[in-house]
Design a protein around this ligand. Structure first.
Ligand code: AMP
Ligand code: MG
Length: 506
Protein backbone atom coordinates (compact mmCIF):
# COMPACT_ATOMS: atom_id res chain seq x y z
CA UNK A 1 0.00 0.00 0.00
CA UNK A 2 1.16 3.53 -0.73
CA UNK A 3 0.52 6.86 0.89
CA UNK A 4 -2.45 7.72 -1.31
CA UNK A 5 -4.45 4.62 -0.30
CA UNK A 6 -4.38 5.49 3.38
CA UNK A 7 -7.51 6.21 5.33
CA UNK A 8 -7.50 10.01 5.48
CA UNK A 9 -9.50 11.90 8.09
CA UNK A 10 -10.42 15.58 8.39
CA UNK A 11 -11.11 16.10 12.09
CA UNK A 12 -9.26 19.37 12.56
CA UNK A 13 -10.78 21.20 9.59
CA UNK A 14 -14.25 19.85 10.37
CA UNK A 15 -14.28 20.75 14.05
CA UNK A 16 -12.50 24.09 14.27
CA UNK A 17 -13.29 27.40 12.55
CA UNK A 18 -11.42 28.05 9.31
CA UNK A 19 -10.64 30.59 6.63
CA UNK A 20 -13.43 31.18 4.08
CA UNK A 21 -10.83 31.70 1.34
CA UNK A 22 -8.57 28.92 0.04
CA UNK A 23 -4.93 29.59 -0.69
CA UNK A 24 -3.84 33.10 -1.50
CA UNK A 25 -0.93 35.16 -0.30
CA UNK A 26 0.12 36.28 3.17
CA UNK A 27 -2.63 38.04 5.13
CA UNK A 28 -4.35 38.25 8.50
CA UNK A 29 -7.04 35.58 9.00
CA UNK A 30 -8.92 36.58 12.16
CA UNK A 31 -10.95 33.91 13.94
CA UNK A 32 -9.54 30.99 11.94
CA UNK A 33 -7.61 27.93 13.09
CA UNK A 34 -6.58 27.05 9.53
CA UNK A 35 -6.57 28.03 5.87
CA UNK A 36 -6.89 25.48 3.10
CA UNK A 37 -3.89 25.70 0.79
CA UNK A 38 -2.22 23.29 -1.63
CA UNK A 39 1.50 22.61 -1.63
CA UNK A 40 3.37 24.34 -4.49
CA UNK A 41 4.51 21.91 -7.21
CA UNK A 42 8.27 21.42 -7.52
CA UNK A 43 10.33 20.61 -10.66
CA UNK A 44 12.07 17.37 -9.72
CA UNK A 45 11.01 15.72 -6.47
CA UNK A 46 13.47 12.95 -5.52
CA UNK A 47 13.11 10.73 -2.48
CA UNK A 48 16.38 10.82 -0.51
CA UNK A 49 15.71 9.70 3.05
CA UNK A 50 13.03 7.40 4.34
CA UNK A 51 12.08 6.22 7.81
CA UNK A 52 11.21 2.53 7.59
CA UNK A 53 9.79 2.63 11.06
CA UNK A 54 7.35 5.42 10.38
CA UNK A 55 6.37 3.77 7.11
CA UNK A 56 5.70 0.56 9.01
CA UNK A 57 3.62 2.41 11.57
CA UNK A 58 1.52 3.85 8.74
CA UNK A 59 1.51 0.53 6.89
CA UNK A 60 2.94 1.88 3.63
CA UNK A 61 5.70 0.98 1.21
CA UNK A 62 8.57 3.23 0.23
CA UNK A 63 7.48 5.70 -2.43
CA UNK A 64 4.84 8.29 -3.10
CA UNK A 65 7.32 10.99 -4.02
CA UNK A 66 4.71 12.96 -5.99
CA UNK A 67 2.72 13.39 -2.76
CA UNK A 68 5.75 13.86 -0.50
CA UNK A 69 7.12 16.55 -2.78
CA UNK A 70 3.76 18.30 -2.92
CA UNK A 71 3.08 17.70 -6.62
CA UNK A 72 -0.04 15.61 -6.10
CA UNK A 73 -2.90 15.52 -3.65
CA UNK A 74 -4.53 12.17 -2.95
CA UNK A 75 -8.26 11.62 -2.52
CA UNK A 76 -9.15 12.31 1.07
CA UNK A 77 -6.34 14.77 1.79
CA UNK A 78 -7.44 18.30 2.66
CA UNK A 79 -4.20 20.29 2.75
CA UNK A 80 -4.19 23.22 5.14
CA UNK A 81 -1.89 25.59 6.98
CA UNK A 82 -2.58 26.06 10.66
CA UNK A 83 -3.01 29.54 12.10
CA UNK A 84 -1.33 30.28 15.42
CA UNK A 85 0.48 33.09 17.18
CA UNK A 86 3.33 33.16 19.59
CA UNK A 87 5.72 34.93 21.89
CA UNK A 88 9.04 35.14 20.09
CA UNK A 89 12.03 35.73 22.39
CA UNK A 90 9.66 36.99 25.07
CA UNK A 91 7.58 39.36 22.94
CA UNK A 92 4.10 38.79 21.60
CA UNK A 93 4.45 38.54 17.81
CA UNK A 94 0.77 38.31 16.80
CA UNK A 95 -0.28 35.98 13.98
CA UNK A 96 2.45 33.57 12.83
CA UNK A 97 1.05 30.26 11.59
CA UNK A 98 2.36 27.59 9.25
CA UNK A 99 4.38 29.77 6.91
CA UNK A 100 6.37 26.90 5.42
CA UNK A 101 4.41 23.87 6.51
CA UNK A 102 1.29 22.39 4.98
CA UNK A 103 -0.63 19.54 6.55
CA UNK A 104 -1.70 16.92 4.00
CA UNK A 105 -4.27 15.41 6.33
CA UNK A 106 -4.77 13.06 9.24
CA UNK A 107 -4.22 9.37 8.71
CA UNK A 108 -6.05 6.66 10.58
CA UNK A 109 -3.18 4.28 11.22
CA UNK A 110 -5.20 1.80 13.26
CA UNK A 111 -3.77 2.31 16.74
CA UNK A 112 -3.68 6.07 16.37
CA UNK A 113 -4.54 8.92 14.05
CA UNK A 114 -1.52 10.87 12.88
CA UNK A 115 -1.14 14.20 11.13
CA UNK A 116 1.20 14.23 8.12
CA UNK A 117 2.73 17.57 7.28
CA UNK A 118 5.08 18.76 4.56
CA UNK A 119 7.67 21.26 5.73
CA UNK A 120 9.02 23.50 2.98
CA UNK A 121 6.32 23.12 0.34
CA UNK A 122 5.63 26.74 -0.49
CA UNK A 123 3.69 29.86 0.33
CA UNK A 124 0.66 29.87 2.60
CA UNK A 125 -1.43 32.74 4.01
CA UNK A 126 1.02 32.66 6.95
CA UNK A 127 4.28 32.98 5.03
CA UNK A 128 4.59 36.68 5.91
CA UNK A 129 7.66 37.97 4.00
CA UNK A 130 9.25 34.61 3.26
CA UNK A 131 9.03 31.95 0.54
CA UNK A 132 7.57 28.99 2.42
CA UNK A 133 10.48 26.79 1.35
CA UNK A 134 13.16 24.89 3.22
CA UNK A 135 16.76 24.10 2.34
CA UNK A 136 18.46 20.71 2.30
CA UNK A 137 20.73 21.40 5.28
CA UNK A 138 17.90 22.22 7.69
CA UNK A 139 15.72 19.43 6.33
CA UNK A 140 18.47 16.87 6.98
CA UNK A 141 18.86 18.28 10.48
CA UNK A 142 15.12 17.90 11.13
CA UNK A 143 14.82 14.42 9.63
CA UNK A 144 17.83 12.96 11.45
CA UNK A 145 17.29 14.68 14.77
CA UNK A 146 13.61 13.96 15.19
CA UNK A 147 14.17 10.26 14.51
CA UNK A 148 17.25 10.20 16.77
CA UNK A 149 15.34 11.88 19.60
CA UNK A 150 12.62 9.26 19.38
CA UNK A 151 15.16 6.48 19.81
CA UNK A 152 16.73 8.33 22.72
CA UNK A 153 13.35 8.15 24.42
CA UNK A 154 12.72 11.89 24.16
CA UNK A 155 9.14 12.84 23.20
CA UNK A 156 9.26 14.26 19.69
CA UNK A 157 7.51 14.71 16.36
CA UNK A 158 8.71 12.15 13.79
CA UNK A 159 9.81 12.20 10.18
CA UNK A 160 8.77 9.92 7.32
CA UNK A 161 10.72 11.23 4.36
CA UNK A 162 13.07 13.79 2.91
CA UNK A 163 12.60 14.80 -0.70
CA UNK A 164 14.84 17.17 -2.63
CA UNK A 165 12.86 19.44 -4.92
CA UNK A 166 15.28 20.15 -7.78
CA UNK A 167 14.76 23.83 -7.11
CA UNK A 168 17.17 26.44 -5.72
CA UNK A 169 16.23 28.31 -2.58
CA UNK A 170 18.02 31.55 -1.73
CA UNK A 171 19.24 31.97 1.84
CA UNK A 172 21.52 34.38 3.66
CA UNK A 173 22.77 31.92 6.28
CA UNK A 174 24.29 34.45 8.65
CA UNK A 175 22.05 37.38 7.74
CA UNK A 176 25.16 39.30 6.73
CA UNK A 177 24.28 40.32 3.19
CA UNK A 178 25.56 37.19 1.42
CA UNK A 179 22.51 35.43 -0.02
CA UNK A 180 23.31 32.27 -1.99
CA UNK A 181 21.30 29.53 -3.70
CA UNK A 182 20.93 26.24 -1.87
CA UNK A 183 19.16 22.96 -2.67
CA UNK A 184 15.49 22.97 -1.72
CA UNK A 185 14.01 20.05 0.23
CA UNK A 186 10.80 18.94 1.92
CA UNK A 187 10.47 16.81 5.04
CA UNK A 188 7.24 14.96 5.74
CA UNK A 189 6.85 15.11 9.49
CA UNK A 190 4.35 13.37 11.70
CA UNK A 191 2.67 13.92 15.06
CA UNK A 192 -0.70 13.29 16.68
CA UNK A 193 -1.24 16.98 15.92
CA UNK A 194 0.82 20.10 15.40
CA UNK A 195 -1.31 22.16 17.80
CA UNK A 196 0.90 24.51 19.80
CA UNK A 197 0.61 26.81 22.82
CA UNK A 198 0.43 29.61 20.28
CA UNK A 199 -2.60 27.98 18.61
CA UNK A 200 -4.61 28.93 21.72
CA UNK A 201 -2.84 32.22 22.36
CA UNK A 202 -3.88 33.73 19.07
CA UNK A 203 -7.61 33.39 19.88
CA UNK A 204 -7.20 34.53 23.47
CA UNK A 205 -5.27 37.61 22.40
CA UNK A 206 -7.78 38.29 19.61
CA UNK A 207 -10.49 38.13 22.29
CA UNK A 208 -12.20 35.33 20.36
CA UNK A 209 -13.57 33.10 23.10
CA UNK A 210 -15.63 31.00 20.74
CA UNK A 211 -12.70 29.95 18.54
CA UNK A 212 -10.64 29.33 21.68
CA UNK A 213 -13.30 27.04 23.07
CA UNK A 214 -13.77 25.13 19.82
CA UNK A 215 -10.04 24.50 19.58
CA UNK A 216 -9.89 23.40 23.22
CA UNK A 217 -12.86 21.06 22.75
CA UNK A 218 -11.32 19.54 19.64
CA UNK A 219 -7.95 19.06 21.38
CA UNK A 220 -9.40 17.41 24.45
CA UNK A 221 -11.79 15.21 22.49
CA UNK A 222 -9.10 13.68 20.29
CA UNK A 223 -5.82 14.10 22.08
CA UNK A 224 -6.55 14.05 25.82
CA UNK A 225 -9.00 11.24 26.30
CA UNK A 226 -10.63 11.19 29.69
CA UNK A 227 -10.34 14.96 30.03
CA UNK A 228 -13.00 17.61 29.59
CA UNK A 229 -13.21 21.38 29.57
CA UNK A 230 -16.77 21.52 30.88
CA UNK A 231 -15.81 23.07 34.19
CA UNK A 232 -12.83 24.57 36.02
CA UNK A 233 -11.89 21.22 37.53
CA UNK A 234 -11.74 19.62 34.09
CA UNK A 235 -9.64 22.42 32.63
CA UNK A 236 -7.25 22.24 35.57
CA UNK A 237 -6.78 18.49 35.14
CA UNK A 238 -6.24 18.90 31.40
CA UNK A 239 -3.71 21.71 31.71
CA UNK A 240 -1.88 19.88 34.52
CA UNK A 241 -1.52 16.96 32.14
CA UNK A 242 0.09 19.29 29.57
CA UNK A 243 2.29 20.82 32.29
CA UNK A 244 3.58 17.37 33.25
CA UNK A 245 4.26 16.34 29.66
CA UNK A 246 6.10 19.60 28.99
CA UNK A 247 8.20 19.20 32.16
CA UNK A 248 9.06 15.64 31.19
CA UNK A 249 10.17 16.72 27.71
CA UNK A 250 12.49 19.44 29.04
CA UNK A 251 13.94 17.11 31.70
CA UNK A 252 14.80 14.67 28.89
CA UNK A 253 16.50 17.46 26.94
CA UNK A 254 18.72 18.15 29.96
CA UNK A 255 19.45 14.45 30.36
CA UNK A 256 20.78 14.01 26.81
CA UNK A 257 22.29 17.48 26.33
CA UNK A 258 19.84 18.85 23.76
CA UNK A 259 19.35 22.59 23.33
CA UNK A 260 16.19 23.45 21.38
CA UNK A 261 17.37 26.95 20.51
CA UNK A 262 13.99 28.60 19.74
CA UNK A 263 11.59 27.88 22.57
CA UNK A 264 9.07 30.44 21.37
CA UNK A 265 5.50 29.65 22.39
CA UNK A 266 4.63 28.87 18.76
CA UNK A 267 7.22 26.08 18.98
CA UNK A 268 5.71 24.41 22.06
CA UNK A 269 3.55 21.38 21.26
CA UNK A 270 0.51 20.77 23.48
CA UNK A 271 1.54 17.10 23.47
CA UNK A 272 4.87 17.87 25.13
CA UNK A 273 6.68 16.79 21.98
CA UNK A 274 9.91 18.36 20.80
CA UNK A 275 8.82 20.27 17.72
CA UNK A 276 10.28 22.57 15.07
CA UNK A 277 13.88 21.54 14.71
CA UNK A 278 15.63 24.74 13.68
CA UNK A 279 18.86 26.11 15.14
CA UNK A 280 18.98 23.39 17.82
CA UNK A 281 22.26 21.96 19.03
CA UNK A 282 23.82 19.33 21.23
CA UNK A 283 25.98 20.11 24.21
CA UNK A 284 29.55 18.99 23.63
CA UNK A 285 31.39 20.40 26.62
CA UNK A 286 28.96 20.82 29.48
CA UNK A 287 28.11 24.52 29.31
CA UNK A 288 24.83 25.62 30.85
CA UNK A 289 25.25 29.02 29.18
CA UNK A 290 25.49 27.68 25.63
CA UNK A 291 22.99 28.36 22.90
CA UNK A 292 23.45 27.27 19.29
CA UNK A 293 21.18 30.02 17.95
CA UNK A 294 23.08 33.06 16.64
CA UNK A 295 19.85 35.11 16.76
CA UNK A 296 19.89 34.58 20.54
CA UNK A 297 23.63 35.13 21.06
CA UNK A 298 23.10 38.40 22.95
CA UNK A 299 20.46 37.47 25.52
CA UNK A 300 20.98 33.70 25.46
CA UNK A 301 17.37 33.37 26.51
CA UNK A 302 17.20 29.79 25.24
CA UNK A 303 20.57 28.63 26.60
CA UNK A 304 20.96 25.03 27.81
CA UNK A 305 20.61 25.84 31.51
CA UNK A 306 17.57 28.09 31.04
CA UNK A 307 15.31 25.60 29.29
CA UNK A 308 13.37 24.50 32.37
CA UNK A 309 12.54 28.08 33.35
CA UNK A 310 11.54 28.96 29.81
CA UNK A 311 9.30 25.90 29.73
CA UNK A 312 7.59 27.41 32.80
CA UNK A 313 7.41 30.86 31.25
CA UNK A 314 5.82 29.37 28.14
CA UNK A 315 3.44 27.33 30.26
CA UNK A 316 2.34 30.55 31.98
CA UNK A 317 1.55 32.12 28.58
CA UNK A 318 -0.44 29.02 27.64
CA UNK A 319 -2.40 29.18 30.88
CA UNK A 320 -3.15 32.86 30.32
CA UNK A 321 -4.55 31.88 26.95
CA UNK A 322 -6.77 29.23 28.55
CA UNK A 323 -7.94 31.51 31.37
CA UNK A 324 -10.96 32.97 29.47
CA UNK A 325 -12.47 29.46 29.64
CA UNK A 326 -12.29 29.44 33.46
CA UNK A 327 -14.74 30.82 36.03
CA UNK A 328 -11.90 31.23 38.54
CA UNK A 329 -8.79 31.66 36.41
CA UNK A 330 -6.56 32.26 39.46
CA UNK A 331 -6.70 28.50 40.08
CA UNK A 332 -4.43 28.09 37.07
CA UNK A 333 -1.52 29.12 39.31
CA UNK A 334 -1.61 25.59 40.68
CA UNK A 335 -0.88 24.28 37.21
CA UNK A 336 2.32 26.27 37.06
CA UNK A 337 3.33 24.77 40.41
CA UNK A 338 2.68 21.34 38.94
CA UNK A 339 5.04 22.18 36.07
CA UNK A 340 7.90 23.17 38.36
CA UNK A 341 7.38 20.32 40.85
CA UNK A 342 7.16 17.73 38.12
CA UNK A 343 10.24 19.09 36.41
CA UNK A 344 12.19 18.92 39.66
CA UNK A 345 11.03 15.36 40.23
CA UNK A 346 11.85 14.12 36.73
CA UNK A 347 15.13 15.99 36.56
CA UNK A 348 16.35 14.65 39.89
CA UNK A 349 15.32 11.10 39.01
CA UNK A 350 17.03 11.25 35.62
CA UNK A 351 20.27 12.56 37.10
CA UNK A 352 20.19 9.81 39.71
CA UNK A 353 19.83 7.32 36.87
CA UNK A 354 22.74 9.00 35.09
CA UNK A 355 25.01 8.28 38.04
CA UNK A 356 23.48 4.87 38.77
CA UNK A 357 21.81 5.69 42.10
CA UNK A 358 18.60 3.79 42.92
CA UNK A 359 17.64 5.22 46.28
CA UNK A 360 18.41 8.80 46.93
CA UNK A 361 18.28 11.38 49.62
CA UNK A 362 19.87 14.76 50.41
CA UNK A 363 23.34 13.24 50.20
CA UNK A 364 22.91 11.93 46.66
CA UNK A 365 21.22 15.15 45.55
CA UNK A 366 24.31 16.98 46.84
CA UNK A 367 26.48 14.61 44.84
CA UNK A 368 24.70 15.64 41.63
CA UNK A 369 25.08 19.36 42.42
CA UNK A 370 28.80 18.83 43.01
CA UNK A 371 29.11 16.92 39.75
CA UNK A 372 27.30 19.63 37.79
CA UNK A 373 29.65 22.26 39.27
CA UNK A 374 32.67 20.15 38.28
CA UNK A 375 31.36 19.56 34.77
CA UNK A 376 30.74 23.27 34.37
CA UNK A 377 34.24 24.19 35.50
CA UNK A 378 36.01 21.79 33.13
CA UNK A 379 35.99 21.47 29.36
CA UNK A 380 34.64 17.97 29.20
CA UNK A 381 32.39 16.15 26.77
CA UNK A 382 29.05 15.47 28.43
CA UNK A 383 28.05 12.41 26.41
CA UNK A 384 31.44 10.72 26.56
CA UNK A 385 31.87 11.46 30.26
CA UNK A 386 28.59 9.84 31.31
CA UNK A 387 29.05 6.91 28.99
CA UNK A 388 32.54 6.16 30.32
CA UNK A 389 31.26 6.61 33.87
CA UNK A 390 28.60 3.98 33.12
CA UNK A 391 31.29 1.38 32.41
CA UNK A 392 33.92 2.27 34.98
CA UNK A 393 35.30 -0.62 37.05
CA UNK A 394 37.18 1.39 39.68
CA UNK A 395 37.07 5.03 40.79
CA UNK A 396 40.10 6.10 38.75
CA UNK A 397 39.98 9.28 36.73
CA UNK A 398 42.29 7.58 34.25
CA UNK A 399 39.28 5.75 32.78
CA UNK A 400 37.47 9.01 32.06
CA UNK A 401 40.35 10.88 30.46
CA UNK A 402 39.03 10.54 26.94
CA UNK A 403 36.14 12.87 27.84
CA UNK A 404 38.41 15.81 28.75
CA UNK A 405 39.48 18.36 26.18
CA UNK A 406 42.63 19.72 27.88
CA UNK A 407 43.54 17.11 30.41
CA UNK A 408 46.76 18.91 31.48
CA UNK A 409 44.84 21.94 32.66
CA UNK A 410 42.36 20.06 34.81
CA UNK A 411 42.63 19.90 38.59
CA UNK A 412 42.43 16.16 39.02
CA UNK A 413 42.18 16.33 42.76
CA UNK A 414 38.60 17.59 42.75
CA UNK A 415 37.55 15.06 40.14
CA UNK A 416 39.16 12.22 42.07
CA UNK A 417 37.48 13.45 45.23
CA UNK A 418 34.07 13.32 43.59
CA UNK A 419 34.66 9.93 42.02
CA UNK A 420 35.66 8.34 45.30
CA UNK A 421 32.71 9.88 47.11
CA UNK A 422 30.34 8.59 44.42
CA UNK A 423 31.90 5.15 44.30
CA UNK A 424 32.10 4.57 48.02
CA UNK A 425 28.56 5.87 48.57
CA UNK A 426 27.37 3.14 46.20
CA UNK A 427 29.73 0.57 47.68
CA UNK A 428 31.36 0.16 44.32
CA UNK A 429 28.22 -0.99 42.52
CA UNK A 430 26.35 1.76 40.69
CA UNK A 431 23.31 0.54 38.76
CA UNK A 432 25.17 0.13 35.49
CA UNK A 433 22.27 -1.05 33.45
CA UNK A 434 20.25 2.00 34.37
CA UNK A 435 23.26 4.19 33.57
CA UNK A 436 23.67 2.63 30.14
CA UNK A 437 19.98 3.14 29.43
CA UNK A 438 20.11 6.77 30.52
CA UNK A 439 23.47 7.89 29.15
CA UNK A 440 23.48 7.51 25.37
CA UNK A 441 26.66 6.51 23.63
CA UNK A 442 25.69 8.29 20.40
CA UNK A 443 23.82 11.54 19.85
CA UNK A 444 23.50 13.68 16.73
CA UNK A 445 26.37 16.02 17.44
CA UNK A 446 26.31 19.23 15.43
CA UNK A 447 29.41 18.28 13.45
CA UNK A 448 27.98 14.83 12.66
CA UNK A 449 24.88 16.40 11.12
CA UNK A 450 27.17 18.79 9.25
CA UNK A 451 29.15 15.89 7.71
CA UNK A 452 25.86 14.39 6.51
CA UNK A 453 24.90 17.77 5.05
CA UNK A 454 28.26 18.33 3.31
CA UNK A 455 27.94 14.94 1.61
CA UNK A 456 24.26 15.39 0.74
CA UNK A 457 24.94 18.75 -0.86
CA UNK A 458 27.22 16.82 -3.24
CA UNK A 459 24.44 14.31 -3.88
CA UNK A 460 25.70 11.63 -1.48
CA UNK A 461 23.16 10.60 1.17
CA UNK A 462 25.22 7.71 2.57
CA UNK A 463 26.41 9.61 5.62
CA UNK A 464 22.83 10.64 6.43
CA UNK A 465 21.72 7.02 6.05
CA UNK A 466 24.56 5.83 8.25
CA UNK A 467 23.69 8.32 10.98
CA UNK A 468 20.03 7.41 10.73
CA UNK A 469 20.97 3.75 11.36
CA UNK A 470 23.52 4.52 14.06
CA UNK A 471 21.07 6.67 16.01
CA UNK A 472 18.38 4.02 16.02
CA UNK A 473 20.37 2.33 18.78
CA UNK A 474 21.91 5.21 20.71
CA UNK A 475 22.37 3.20 23.92
CA UNK A 476 24.10 0.25 22.24
CA UNK A 477 27.88 0.03 22.08
CA UNK A 478 27.98 -0.49 18.28
CA UNK A 479 31.79 -1.00 18.34
CA UNK A 480 32.01 -0.82 14.53
CA UNK A 481 31.05 2.86 14.72
CA UNK A 482 33.03 3.80 17.80
CA UNK A 483 36.20 5.16 16.20
CA UNK A 484 34.18 7.34 13.87
CA UNK A 485 31.27 8.61 15.94
CA UNK A 486 32.12 8.20 19.64
CA UNK A 487 34.31 11.25 19.43
CA UNK A 488 34.65 14.73 20.79
CA UNK A 489 34.14 17.71 18.53
CA UNK A 490 36.95 17.78 15.96
CA UNK A 491 39.04 20.95 15.61
CA UNK A 492 37.53 21.84 12.21
CA UNK A 493 34.07 22.06 13.76
CA UNK A 494 34.97 24.47 16.53
CA UNK A 495 34.08 27.64 14.65
CA UNK A 496 32.33 26.25 11.61
CA UNK A 497 28.89 27.65 10.74
CA UNK A 498 26.37 24.85 11.22
CA UNK A 499 28.42 23.30 14.02
CA UNK A 500 29.07 25.90 16.67
CA UNK A 501 26.58 28.44 15.44
CA UNK A 502 23.29 28.16 13.64
CA UNK A 503 20.77 30.66 12.44
CA UNK A 504 17.03 30.52 11.92
CA UNK A 505 17.57 30.95 8.16
CA UNK A 506 16.42 27.52 7.19
P1 AMP B 1 10.25 29.21 13.50
O1 AMP B 1 10.95 30.11 14.46
O2 AMP B 1 11.15 28.50 12.55
O3 AMP B 1 9.32 28.29 14.20
O4 AMP B 1 9.35 30.15 12.54
C1 AMP B 1 8.62 31.25 13.02
C2 AMP B 1 7.58 31.65 12.03
O5 AMP B 1 8.16 32.03 10.77
C3 AMP B 1 6.56 30.58 11.71
O6 AMP B 1 5.32 31.18 11.53
C4 AMP B 1 7.07 30.01 10.41
O7 AMP B 1 6.04 29.41 9.65
C5 AMP B 1 7.62 31.25 9.72
N1 AMP B 1 8.67 30.91 8.75
C6 AMP B 1 9.92 30.49 9.01
N2 AMP B 1 10.60 30.25 7.86
C7 AMP B 1 9.76 30.53 6.85
C8 AMP B 1 9.85 30.48 5.42
N3 AMP B 1 10.95 30.09 4.80
N4 AMP B 1 8.77 30.85 4.71
C9 AMP B 1 7.63 31.24 5.31
N5 AMP B 1 7.48 31.31 6.63
C10 AMP B 1 8.53 30.96 7.41
MG1 MG C 1 7.89 27.26 14.38
Amino acid sequence: MFLDSLNWRKRFVEETPGDSISGGGPRQVPGACWSKVDPSPVPNPTLRLWSNEMAEMLGIERGGVAFLGGNRIADGMVPFAQRYGGHQFGNWAGQLGDGRAITLGEVDAGEQILELQLKGSGITPYSRFADGKAVLRSSIREFLCSEAMHHLGVPTTRALSLVTTGEDVIRDILYNGNPAPEDGAIVCRIAPSFIRFGSFQIHALDGNRSALEQLARHSVKHHFQGHSIDDDEGILEWTKHIARETALMVAHWMRVGFVHGVMNTDNMSIHGLTIDYGPYGWIEDFDLGWTPNTTDAGMKRYRFGNQADIGGWNMARFLEAISPLMDSPEKLNDVLDVYYHTYEKFHTKMWMDKIGVDNFDEREIGLVSELIALLEGTEIDMTIFFRLLSNIEEPEIEHLKFAFYNIEEVSMKEWEGWLIKWWSGLEGSPNRQKMRETNPKYVLRNWMAQLAIDAAEKGDFNVADELYDLLKLPYDEQPEYEAKWFQKRPEWAKNRVGCSMLSCSS
